[in-house]
Design a protein around this ligand. Structure first.
Ligand code: ATP
Ligand code: MG
Length: 444
C-alpha cells in the first residue's frame, strides 16, 4: 500500500484522536501528497465533536472562530491543523451558505458534501485510504470531477466553480465533461460569491501553470466575473504586430509570464480597454492610442469592485499604465524608472517580456531586443547610482529654503534641476546645481 509522508505532528495528532476512540483522517492535503506537491494547510476530519477536539488538544493553543461549523484550529508542535468534525450540509439558501450544519458520525456523509473527487480522498497512516468517489483514479487521469450532481453542487455554493478553475490551472488538470458543462451553465452564479472567497481563488487560478487552458475554455465564466473582458474576445487588432485577437493575446501574455500575482494581474488587465480604443488609419491598420492609461483606469475600477487590497490595485494599475512604454535614450529610461520606482522595475520588464512573446512571431525578436536594452540600461543606471528621481538629486527643498525660496517654487525648481540632470545638461552636484539655479533669470 502507498504510504504518505506525513509530518510527525500530523501523525501524532491523528493518533491522539484515534486513541481517544474517534475516527480521524487527513483530507485535502492527501491530494497534494499523492501528487508530491507542497501541502499548504493540514486539514483533519474527525468524528470527534468540537468540544471533544478542544479537550483532546487542551495543551495546545486553539482558535475556535470556526467552531460553529465544526472547525477547531490547533497549533500543534510546528504545524497548524484545522480539525473539523464530520458534517453533512443541509439546504443551501443563497448559493453560498448552507442553511444549517449538522454533525455526523458517518465519514461517507462528510465526504459526500465535498466539492471534487480529488478533494474527498482521506488518509490515516494505519487505516490507509478511504476514497468513496474514486478520487485517486481521477488524480491519475488528471481530472477535476464534481461529487454528485454537478449542477446542484455549483448551485449550492458557486465558489466551487472558481475552485474548479483554480485546481485545473494550478494542477494542470482537465475538467471532466459533465462538470465542465455544469460550470458553463451556472457561470452567472460566480457573482453571488463573496469577494473575500472569490479573490484568493481568482488570484491562485491566474498563477497556475495551466492558465492558458482555463482562460481559453472558460472565457465565458471569467467574463461572468469580469464582464469588461467580454468585448476583447474575438476582437481583431488589425495589426501586423498581432497574430491573436485581444483576448487570445492577453491569454498568451498571462501564460508566458512569471506566475506571481502582480505580474499576472497586470497582464490580465493590460489591454482590457483596447476594444474601446481602436482607430483605423488610411492603410487599414488598427491603432489603440492611450490604451495603457485607459486600461489602468478600468483595472482600478474592477479591482476595487473585486475588493483587491489597495496596494495591489495601485501597483497593478501603475504597471498597466506603463506596460507599453518605449523609452530609447538613457534619459527616457530614467524617466521610466522614476515613474515605476526601482523596486518595481524588474516586474515591469517581466510584464514587457511576456507581452512581447504574445505578439506576432516575426516581430518578437526585435521587440524583445528593445525590452532587453531598456532592462540593461536601467540596471546600469541603478548600479551606478545615477540620478533619475528627486530623491537622488544633490539638492533638496531645504537647500532652496535656506536661500529664501518658498512655496510651490521649490518643487518647480527641483523638477527643473532634475530634468537638466537627467538630460545630462547639469552635473548632479550641489554646488553646480545651486549655481545653475541662481543663474536663472527670475531667481534671487
Ligand atoms: P488548498 O489547501 O490548496 O487551498 P484545499 O482543497 O485543501 O486546497 P481548503 O479550503 O483547505 O482547500 O479545503 C479543505 C477541504 O474542504 C477541501 O479539500 C474540500 O474537501 C473541502 N472544501 C473546501 N471548500 C469547499 C467547498 N466550497 N465546497 C465543498 N467542499 C469544500
Ligand atoms: Mg487545504
Amino acid at each position: 500500500m502507498l504510504t504518505l509522508p506525513l509530518p510527525q505532528e500530523v501523525t501524532d495528532a491523528l493518533a491522539r484522536l484515534t486513541d481517544a476512540g474517534h475516527e480521524a483522517y487527513l483530507v485535502g492535503g492527501v491530494r497534494d501528497l499523492i501528487l508530491r506537491r507542497e501541502v499548504h494547510d493540514w486539514d483533519l476530519t474527525t468524528s470527534a465533536l468540537p468540544d471533544e477536539i478542544k479537550a483532546i488538544f487542551s495543551d495546545c493553543s486553539q482558535n475556535t472562530v470556526g467552531e460553529r461549523f465544526g472547525t477547531v484550529a490547533i497549533h500543534f508542535g510546528n504545524v497548524f491543523l484545522d480539525i473539523t468534525t464530520f458534517r453533512k450540509e443541509g439546504e443551501y439558501k443563497d448559493h453560498r451558505h448552507p442553511g444549517s450544519v449538522q454533525f455526523t458520525k458517518n465519514l461517507f456523509e462528510d465526504l459526500k458534501r465535498r466539492d471534487f473527487t480529488i478533494n474527498a480522498i482521506v488518509y490515516h497512516p494505519e487505516r490507509g485510504f478511504r476514497d468513496f468517489f474514486c478520487g485517486r483514479r481521477d488524480l491519475k487521469k488528471r481530472l477535476i470531477r464534481a461529487i454528485g450532481d454537478a449542477d446542484q453542487r455549483f448551485r449550492q455554493d458557486a465558489v466551487r466553480i472558481l475552485r474548479a478553475l483554480r485546481f485545473a490551472s494550478v494542477l494542470g488538470f482537465d475538467i471532466e465533461e459533465k462538470t465542465r458543462a455544469a460550470i458553463h451553465r451556472n457561470k452567472e452564479l460566480v457573482l453571488t460569491v463573496a469577494p473575500e472567497r472569490a479573490l484568493p481563488e481568482f488570484t491562485r487560478m491566474l498563477c497556475g501553470r495551466n492558465i492558458r487552458y482555463v482562460l481559453t475554455e472558460f472565457a465565458d465564466v471569467i467574463g461572468a466575473l469580469v464582464p469588461e473582458i467580454l468585448p476583447a474576445i474575438g476582437f481583431c487588432q488589425h495589426s501586423p504586430f498581432h497574430q491573436y485577437d485581444v483576448w487570445q493575446h492577453t491569454v498568451h501574455a498571462v501564460a508566458y509570464s512569471e506566475p506571481d500575482p502582480i505580474t499576472r494581474l497586470t497582464l490580465f488587465f493590460h489591454d482590457i480597454s483596447k476594444p474601446s480604443c481602436l482607430t483605423m488609419d488610411s492603410t487599414g491598420r488598427g491603432h489603440f492610442y492611450a490604451h495603457p492609461k485607459k486600461s489602468a483606469r478600468m483595472a482600478k475600477v474592477i479591482m476595487q469592485r473585486m475588493k483587491f487590497p489597495t496596494r495591489q490595485t495601485e501597483l497593478v494599475t501603475l504597471l498597466v499604465s506603463l506596460h507599453d512604454s518605449h523609452p530609447s535614450s538613457p534619459a527616457e529610461i530614467k524617466r521610466l524608472l522614476a515613474a515605476v520606482g526601482k523596486e518595481n522595475f524588474q516586474t515591469l520588464i517581466s510584464v514587457m517580456e511576456a507581452d512581447t512573446l504574445a505578439h506576432s512571431k516575426w516581430s518578437v525578436k526585435k521587440r524583445m531586443h528593445h525590452v532587453h536594452q531598456i532592462r540593461d540600461t536601467g540596471n546600469t543606471i541603478l548600479k551606478n547610482g545615477e540620478c533619475y528621481s528627486l530623491e537622488g538629486l544633490a539638492v533638496g527643498g531645504k537647500d532652496l529654503e535656506e536661500r529664501g525660496i518658498s512655496g510651490p517654487k521649490i518643487g518647480e525648481l527641483l523638477r527643473l534641476a532634475l530634468n537638466k540632470v537627467i538630460d545630462g545638461e547639469w552635473k548632479n552636484d550641489k554646488i553646480t546645481l545651486l549655481t545653475e539655479l541662481e543663474k536663472l533669470p527670475e531667481n534671487p
